[in-house]
Design a protein around this ligand. Sequence first.
Ligand code: SAM
Length: 242
Amino acid sequence: MNNTSHNGQSEVSVASNVSYFLEHLSEYHDSVRDIDTYKTLHQFISNEVAGVSELLDIGNGGVFDYDTSRIGSITAIDLFLGELPTDVDGKFDMVLMVMLIHHLTSTDWRSSWDNARLALDEAWRVLKPGGRLLIVESCVPWWFFRFEKPALWLLSRSIKSVFSHPVTLQFPASMIKAELEKKTDKVKMTEIPKGKFVLQFGFKVPSFLTPAMPFAFEAIKKEFASNAVATSQFSAASSESP
Ligand SMILES: C[S@@+](CC[C@H](N)C(=O)[O-])C[C@H]1O[C@@H](n2cnc3c(N)ncnc32)[C@H](O)[C@@H]1O
């Protein structure tokens, strides 16, 4: 295994995500079910997805951290479950990414951020006009991000990742929000209160030991975006005519 990039995400990151989540699926499942912070996330996501008819869940990992009975149809993908087809556009009412973005690491923070942006672009592409992108993500304050950047650089150069868990990079919430605001002005960011415990590198740890906070981002893809462009071109053309 080497550390060269494969579609942005490093091969080491891809391989360790696949092996870690395959080997720890039931453990991870239990943590998501039992840890108080995840119970809050479950409640939050269940409310958000209620009534969606076609949901795409990216980075699902075999874990449905929401009430699936409230959704018409769910397409769940992950590294080991399949690929997002290239011929699918504007199909889904909602695209969901729960705790995915910080796993899309490369060998440095800039290319890891490029991966995150690529994931957002892909999600946007397959979303219907009027559809919602819902991201639930562990985010860190800017001061902590400054420490994480060199840590990622160092860890991604070592063959073994931390406790067999994939190397991750959590971003500040305002960075994700600003990226979504490039796509639409309909962006809502919500800080989700932590419980007494969180999951870090696969371990249940007391929340006060980490500055990481769960955030939810909802971005709505505007309806009739192409009409709006056509209309503005039409008005520009009419104002130029004599
Ligand atoms: C922390 S788990 C989150 C699982 C689940 N979404 C949840 O609600 O808890 C991160 C997941 O992201 C997946 N993942 C990492 N890189 C990915 C990629 N490039 N494409 C799809 N999934 C990816 C991992 O395999 C893993 O299942």
